[in-house]
Write a protein that binds this ligand. Structure first.
Ligand SMILES: Cc1ncc(COP(=O)(O)O)c(C=O)c1O
Length: 451
């Protein structure tokens, strides 16, 4: 059962986008509103909500996309092999990212499954992964009959702490999967150095990080392969959909074969015409919908960035609110905008009550990921016949016990508060509303804590 506060990220995005009155495109740069913070009573205690009028709903539709989509449907060439749109999308997405190649897939999950397989993650191997992520990161490793071994989360960045990786490497470790969670780049230099030192593959989970940058390179082009999701909640959605990006022709050809029932592709001939593989293909209509959103993605990314920078600069001035620390020379894309909440600086007002009070002010927010390694799926995996065949009872027990070492991740799960990306597409005065709502709640936190 979901706890009250920790929605899944998708529920969370749906909640923040649902029942929203669509706002006009107001553009950033207007004069900020001026509020008398202490004067107003919190909405939860009967006052007037700070933010009125809702938020931009998500996903969005444009009538201008209809003719191209209709053409695809009317052509009756819908599957990947019957027309060129998917390949055209791949060229376009690779160009957008500065990747040498891109392969479209059915989803972000299948992009991860394919990438791990191609990087030779096999039954009985171990993959070091960030625990603070959507459950698909864990599941893609389990799908390859490998063990997701969790490095710890750095509470300052919410991404994997590179210093916690090396101690988790065993002779079975084949790969590292850093997750650029909420579109915030992981600190890739130390991660790549560890991978090179131990000859491990790096599969970037960039499923929330379209156009995010680390030291001048786009996330998804730094490791051996990078994986993206275009599921409905994402910044560039097509209902379902995914992509793998990389700088190696050979690796992407291997991904292509594996995602296309094992058919020989390019440099990947296999021993006959087939290698191992499954069907993880994208359809023509998904590709056409995605291509039409390239410009929108680029423009909206800049709006989100400008608003997030404004929030970070001002939230840092509120005691008890800590914006995330970003790796040097990195540019996140803010799939969610997150900060750490310290209840002590709010007269002991719990995070749950804080987010409820924010919601009443018209500013929906919440915690996102809980300590999912206790949710049962890993217990189910390690109790399975297959896993018992592949690992000793001692290893599986030590693995289960090691979850307790994830102190940074526990702290992050308990103290992080996030807003949906759609809120970052509003105008500057709406950002002032967010700030004002927090200040107002802080000013009245003693009363709210008692309520
Ligand atoms: C971090 C992360 N990894 C993997 C996935 C899986 O992507 P998909 O839902 O397209 O399978 C998602 C999607 O929500 C994600 O956010």
């Amino acid at each position: 059962m979901k706890d009250k506060l920790t929605l899944t990220r998708r529920d969370f995005i749906r909640t923040t986008a649902a029942s929203s009155v669509a706002l006009g495109w107001l553009g950033a740069g207007q004069a900020p509103k001026v509020y008398a913070a202490e004067a107003a009573k919190p909405a939860l205690l009967g006052g007037t909500p700070v933010h009125q009028g809702g938020w931009i709903s998500w996903p969005q539709w444009r009538e201008a996309w209809e003719p191209e989509l209709l053409k695809v449907w009317r052509s009756c060439h819908w599957f990947r092999g019957s027309a060129g749109h998917v390949a055209e999308f791949e060229r376009g997405y690779a160009k957008l990212l500065g990747a040498k190649r891109c392969l479209a897939t059915a989803s972000g999950t299948t992009a991860l499954i394919v990438s791990l397989h191609v990087m030779d993650v096999d039954a009985g191997d171990e993959v070091i992964v960030s625990p603070y992520t959507f459950i698909a990161s864990y599941n893609s490793i389990l799908a390859n009959m490998a063990l997701p071994v969790f490095a710890d989360t750095d509470p300052a960045t919410l991404t994997v702490d590179p210093a916690s990786i090396e101690s988790r490497i065993t002779e079975r470790t084949r790969a590292i999967m850093p997750v650029h969670i909420f579109g915030m780049p992981c600190d890739m230099d130390p991660i790549m150095a560890i991978a090179r030192k131990h000859k491990l593959a790096v599969v970037e989970d960039a499923c929330q990080a379209w156009l995010a940058e680390y030291k001048g390179r786009k996330c998804g082009t730094i490791g051996d392969l990078g994986c993206f999701s275009f599921q409905e909640s994402k910044h560039i959605p097509s209902g379902e959909g995914g992509a793998i990006t990389g700088m190696s022709e050979e690796l992407i050809d291997k991904c292509d074969s594996y995602h296309n029932c094992g058919r020989a592709v390019g440099t990947n001939k296999g021993s006959g015409s087939f290698t191992r593989g499954n069907n993880y293909r994208m359809t023509q209509a998904q590709a056409v919908l995605l291509m039409q959103q390239f410009d929108k993605l680029v423009k909206e990314t800049e709006v989100r960035r400008a608003n997030a920078d404004y929030l970070s600069a001002n939230l840092g001035k509120i005691p008890g609110i800590t914006p995330v620390r970003l790796p040097e020379n990195s540019r996140p894309v803010w799939h969610l905008y997150s900060f750490r909440y310290d209840a002590e600086k709010f007269n002991g007002l719990s995070r749950e009550k804080f987010t409820r009070a924010m919601g009443a002010e018209g500013v929906p927010c919440g915690g996102v990921y809980r300590e999912q390694y206790y949710d049962g799926l890993l217990d189910e995996a390690i109790a399975s016949r297959g896993f018992k065949r592949l690992w000793s009872a001692e290893r599986l027990k030590a693995y289960r016990d090691s979850f307790q070492e994830l102190k940074g991740n526990k702290q992050v799960c308990e103290t992080t508060v996030s807003f949906g990306q759609n809120m970052l597409l509003a105008d500057r005065s709406a950002m002032d509303d967010i700030l004002e709502a927090i200040r107002k709640i802080q000013a009245h936190s003693a009363a709210l804590a008692k309520a």
